[in-house]
Design a protein around this ligand. Structure first.
Ligand code: RFL
Ligand code: PHB
Length: 389
């Protein structure tokens, strides 16, 4: 089989790239190792920057997002038991939108199915080769049969644990990493959210976040130890711990119910440079990870795909390679700024036992400055709503 672009991974990066290329008449296949149900079952991000919505609009998959997404013009930060509002819209003229990654994935899968574009789910032993030459290849097995795809370019959209980044010779790649000494315990619940806007909480027992997926589905997170086991967190314990970290008015308003999903995610900052190796281009989590505190993971995936689709479309239209050549540097500039912001938000809001009482006092002083200074609030807002592409 021969295609112009072989996309590895059917997460948001791969599906969005596939849709943008399809609209431009570029022939692409997506090869995914899991089933579509498995991909749809992963509960992850929920907060979109305007730039992400613009890309989804261009991909023609934003109708449901516009109908159902919740537009937020602000967020709250709670410390010392008091909530403070940051006016995102007032400071930047921009909003953020709550719309789950699961829903975006579903919209993209539906669009792909309607277009009749080819996606191979449950591909086994996926491997890539010859991307340093003119004829890259993707190989996989499906139902016991070996397949080989010839292509012009490979898009590595296969997430942090994927095969694409790992196929690059060690000497050609440099990685930067920080692993945080805690994780997030997340619960999804069919109850109305405790508040109209998100609440980020700095508390001596640890960070907490109140977020949502809709007006009737809430999502809550608690900072937890890395070795914490889900079984040790029956719903009652989760709600009790969450209440203890909230200000009293919010704690009283909290409506609890049976969890419909509960998971623990470790926190990590990671960047691989460069993001291009010959005819292989990495995008999304395959190239970088941010801790979820700044809600940047999915949004960075969208900006990578924006740059990559534009470069491929330009190349197929005119033969030019300038945008393909600029891809890695353009992405990395935006990525490092989002890495910095996510790292800063993580440091500001979590309990770091090794920082001791001094570290805690410094955090509170910084939070106090942040909510009291229009300039500091605006700096947070500008990064939170998303830096320009
Ligand atoms: P994904 O979503 O990981 O998709 C990669 C796809 O590639 C497939 N794959 C392979 N396919 C073929 N062959 C192979 N060898 C393959 N290896 C892997 C995988 O099955 C998968 O379908 O990456 P993508 O598309 O770049 O999208 C990135 C986003 O998913 C990610 O940045 C965010 O979800 C990050 N993230 C969060 N971001 C936020 O902004 N807010 C959040 O609250 C938030 N929560 C999360 C998260 C990521 C999590 N992970 C990765 C553990 C919570 C979790 C648990
Ligand atoms: C979410 O809705 O899951 C979410 C929102 C904001 C974050 C992280 C996660 O910073």
């Amino acid at each position: 089989m021969r295609v112009q672009v072989a996309i590895i991974g059917a997460g948001p990066s791969g599906l969005l790239l596939g849709q943008l290329l399809h609209l431009a008449g570029i022939d692409a296949i997506i090869v995914e190792q899991k089933s579509s149900d498995y991909v749809l079952g992963r509960i992850r991000a929920g907060l979109l920057e305007q730039g992400t919505i613009d890309v989804l609009d261009r991909a023609g998959v934003a109708a449901r997002l516009h109908a159902q997404g919740l537009v937020h013009g602000g967020l709250e930060i709670c410390f010392d038991g008091v909530r403070h509002r940051i006016d995102l819209h007032g400071a930047t003229g921009k909003n953020v939108t709550i719309y789950g990654q699961t829903e975006i994935t579903k919209d993209l899968m539906d669009a792909r199915a309607a277009a009749g574009a080819k996606t191979v789910y449950e591909a086994q032993e996926v491997s890539i080769g010859d991307f340093d030459g003119e004829q890259p290849k993707v190989r996989y097995r499906k139902d016991g049969v070996a397949h080989e795809v010839d292509c012009d370019f490979i898009a590595g959209c296969d997430g942090f644990h994927g095969v694409c980044r790992q196929s690059v010779p060690q000497a050609a790649i440099r990685t930067y990493e920080r692993v945080y000494p805690f994780g997030w315990l997340g619960v999804l619940c069919d109850t109305p959210p405790v508040s109209e806007e998100l609440i980020y909480v700095n508390h001596e027992r640890g960070f907490a976040l109140c977020t949502m997926r809709s007006r009737i589905r809430s999502r809550y997170y608690l900072q937890c130890a890395l070795d914490e086991k889900i079984e040790a967190w029956p719903d009652a314990r989760f709600w009790e711990e969450l209440r203890s970290r909230l200000d009293s008015a919010t704690a009283e308003r909290l409506i609890t119910g049976p969890s419909i999903e509960k998971s623990i995610a470790p926190l990590r900052s990671f960047v691989a440079e460069p993001m291009r190796f010959g005819r292989l281009f990495l995008a999304g989590d395959a190239a970088h990870i941010v801790p979820p505190t700044g809600a940047k993971g999915l949004n960075l995936a969208a900006s990578d795909v924006h740059y990559l689709s534009a470069a491929l479309i330009e190349h197929y239209a005119s033969g030019a390679t300038a945008e393909l050549d600029a891809y890695s540097a353009k992405c990395l500039r935006r990525i490092w700024r989002a890495e910095r912001f996510s790292w800063w938000m993580t440091n500001l809001l979590h309990r770091f036992p090794e920082n001791g009482a001094f570290g805690q006092k410094i955090q509170i002083a910084e939070l106090d400055y942040l909510v009291g200074s229009a300039a500091a609030s605006a700096a947070l807002a500008e990064n939170y709503v998303g830096l320009p592409y």
